[in-house]
Design a protein around this ligand. Structure first.
Ligand code: PEP
Ligand code: MN
Length: 360
């Protein structure tokens, strides 16, 4: 039996929240947010760990507001001195890192556009050589787990501080209703393959619209992410960047109060029972696939002996059609079954080609 009392709140206690405006716009804007964070933290168990604010903004079009740069760092420095809060900002070059080290910024993050560029990542990693400043790497714009992991590895090899990752969604041609498609499976794979790298969810850049942010944040919690980075602004409609996605303080407080932390590791007796059955089904599935592939290899040899081509499109169309008919009777999604069979088919073709090679 699990220790409910112990497990109940652990996730919530380790959960990190970084909140603040997309861009640092003025000292008074940051002060309003810092006051809110301090009040929130003194009254709530779920803490906001850092005030985030962009100093240098990577903008899509020239002429757009691109941040107050070192002036913004001075504001962050002052807010830190006044409030004792931890402050975080984005870096995109070695020069930015040096400025942040000089200004006593506590936490850095790397934006999606920068993660995509191994030259810049190496520059940032080298600037952090031997430093213990925590740094968080957002996923690259393209859905490329290797690029994301490579950026994390570069920094981890140089820096002595914590290196984390942030899932902010991926730029696809059509990502509606999101600004950036979440492609949760990539975030889950990041977590599975790099369990020692904490992973935050950035629902603001995934959603791109205020209305979507709370539900995406909850999905991040449900997927056992280690925290959230959220954009907030005292007057979001007037924000100089990302105005549509920033939350005002009331909406942000509602979001935080509404987050539901469930016990991720427990199970009820019924779940354990179902999992045993699922394990048996999975064993059978793999055994069946093994049997299918052995027959496929046998056919491969017959094709070779009769000088028939490996790919026989009519036969394959009939196989898929049969499977889709079966799928309908089981209420299974057609695309899912089609993808599954495409996967089986490409392995079958590979095996038949290999058996051809062996015999040649
Ligand atoms: C940001 O956090 O404000 C930002 C620019 O994010 P991203 O790199 O995810 O676009
Ligand atoms: Mn932003």
């Amino acid at each position: 039996m699990q220790d409910n009392k112990h497990n109940q709140n652990t996730l919530q206690d380790y959960f990190r929240i970084f909140a603040g405006p997309c861009s640092a716009e003025s000292l008074s804007q940051l002060r309003t947010l810092a006051d809110f964070i301090r009040q929130w933290n003194s009254a709530n168990r779920l803490k906001i760990q850092a005030l985030r604010a962009g100093a240098w903004k990577p903008r899509t079009h020239p002429g757009e507001f691109d941040g107050y740069g070192t002036q913004a760092l001075e504001w962050l420095q002052q807010i830190k001195a006044e409030s004792g809060l931890t402050v975080a900002t984005e870096v995109a070059t070695a020069h930015h890192v040096e400025c942040c080290l000089n200004a006593g910024i506590d936490i850095l993050w790397v934006g999606a556009r920068t993660t995509s560029n191994p030259f810049l990542m190496q520059e940032i990693a080298s600037a952090l050589q031997g430093c213990s400043l925590p740094i968080w790497i957002k996923n690259p714009i393209s859905p490329d787990l290797g690029l994301w992991r490579g950026a994390v590895e570069r920094v981890a090899a140089a820096s002595k501080g914590l290196v984390g990752a942030i899932h902010r969604g991926f730029g696809l041609y059509n990502s509606a209703p999101y600004r950036n498609a979440p492609l949760w499976e990539i975030a889950v794979e990041m977590k599975r393959s790099c369990p020692h790298i904490p992973l935050l969810c950035d629902p603001s850049h995934i959603g791109g619209k205020r209305e979507l942010v709370a539900a995406i944040a909850q999905t991040g919690v449900d997927l056992e992410m280690d925290g959230l980075m959220i954009e907030i602004h005292p007057e979001p409609e007037k924000a100089l960047s990302d105005a549509k996605q920033q939350l005002d303080l009331k909406a942000f407080a509602q979001l935080l109060s509404g987050l539901r932390f469930r016990d991720m590791h427990g199970s009820t007796a019924r779940m354990t029972q179902i999992r045993c059955i699922l394990d048996e089904i999975d064993d059978e599935l793999v055994q069946l696939i093994g049997r299918r592939m052995r027959l496929v290899e046998e056919i491969g040899k017959l094709k070779k002996a009769s000088n028939l081509s490996v790919l026989q499109m009519d036969r394959w169309n009939a196989v898929v059609e049969r499977a889709l008919n079966q799928a309908r009777t089981q209420g299974l999604d057609e695309n899912f079954v089609r993808n599954l069979f495409n996967c089986i088919h490409s392995e079958a073709l590979r095996l038949q080609q290999d058996s051809k090679k062996e015999e040649n």
